[in-house]
Design a protein around this ligand. Structure first.
Ligand code: UDP
Ligand code: MG
Length: 324
């Protein structure tokens, strides 16, 4: 293990960044004064999630006069949650805060979060969005549906509108770092652990620059991971659908037999056609559900590293990083 190049810290601020060149200066400009005013030893762990723009080179420049800025660069893009995972592994603080790099989570709330953790002696402080009016209607509605579903599937302790802006104590982060799950969804895992928690409301701001890195396909992926990571209920839905279609078939068979026995003409293909389509559909749904769970098991047994770190400025001397 190479010797650490930075002194011990109390607070780690973990921020995943994917192609955030346009936002990074705004972010650093607002975050730094907040942290400097806190009067605690801190580090900012900027996780570069395989950015293809100039995010890393800009971070390296910014780091030149901000020693607390640490850059953990991943070899390729692994997605927000896994980038967060890399950041949590790297973080060394007694308290760790995860925050987005686009200033949708206001850094000014960090002080309040830390104060709450210390005074109320809780292990988790959630940033809870009190106002999402800056999000698009589509984002609000899909998010509303997502949290509604998760509260039902996972449990009522999933806080409505708590995303990934939160503070966690070292105890919580240590537990998270031990998870064997292939793609943990932290906003669900953390409340499920049952640590004492508090909330801090904040107003969700508009993305300061650049575009969202969460297209619909990623939102759907997150939803699948959330559901299959937490509940086997969909498998039960599959069983119920199967039972229902089986009952339907029994009814169809009986009516068919009765019609045949009484010499009635069974009208041709419409019923057949519907039954085949219906059964085919139900079977495909069930197979798909099985596939989701088997896929997770498969990935867990492969136990490949979910991400690979290309460099970490805490263990790589800046000179050698600059030459990368
Ligand atoms: N992000 C990431 N990897 C990705 C996608 C996003 O590290 O593959 C980061 C992104 O840079 C930002 C945070 O995750 O700091 C949230 O992403 P974004 O703001 O695009 O999502 P939205 O707020 O639109 O849901
Ligand atoms: Mg955002």
């Amino acid at each position: 293990m190479p010797q650490s190049l930075v002194p011990p810290v109390t607070l780690s601020v973990v921020t995943p960044m994917y192609n955030e060149r346009e936002a990074v200066d705004h972010f650093v400009g607002r975050l730094r004064p907040v942290l400097d005013a806190l009067d605690v030893a801190y580090e900012v762990v900027a996780v570069d999630d395989g950015s293809t723009d100039a995010t890393v080179s800009r971070l390296l420049q910014l780091r030149a006069d901000w020693a607390e800025l640490r850059i953990v660069s991943l070899r390729r893009n692994v997605g927000h949650q896994t980038a967060l995972r890399a950041g949590l592994r790297a973080a060394r603080g007694d308290y760790v805060i995860s925050i987005d790099a686009d200033l949708q989570d206001p850094p000014e709330v960090i002080g309040e979060m830390l104060a709450k953790a210390l005074t109320e002696k809780v292990d988790v402080v959630y940033g809870v969005r009190s106002d999402r009016s800056t999000d698009t209607a589509f984002k609000r509605n899909t998010a509303g549906l997502y949290y509604w579903m998760m509260r039902r599937l996972v449990g009522p302790w999933v806080s409505d509108q708590a995303g990934d802006f939160r503070l966690m104590s070292r105890a919580v982060v240590d537990v998270l770092n031990e998870l064997a799950e292939p793609r943990p969804v932290y906003r669900l895992v953390v409340p499920s652990l049952g640590f004492a928690s508090a909330e801090v409301p904040y107003v969700r701001e508009e993305r300061v620059a650049g575009n969202t890195k969460y297209p619909l396909s990623r939102m759907i992926r997150l939803t699948f991971d959330s559901v299959t990571g937490f509940s086997a209920a969909p498998l039960k839905i599959a069983t119920w659908l199967g039972l229902l279609s089986f009952l339907l078939c029994v009814v169809l068979i009986v009516t068919g037999l009765v019609a045949w026995g009484t010499g009635g003409v069974v009208p041709g293909w419409t019923s057949l056609y519907i039954a085949v389509l219906l059964l085919g559909g139900v079977q495909l749904i069930c197979l798909g559900l099985l596939g989701e769970y088997v896929g997770r098991i498969y990935m867990a047994t492969q136990s490949r590293p979910p991400f690979l770190v290309s460099f970490d400025t805490a263990t790589t001397a800046p000179d050698s990083v600059e030459s990368l």
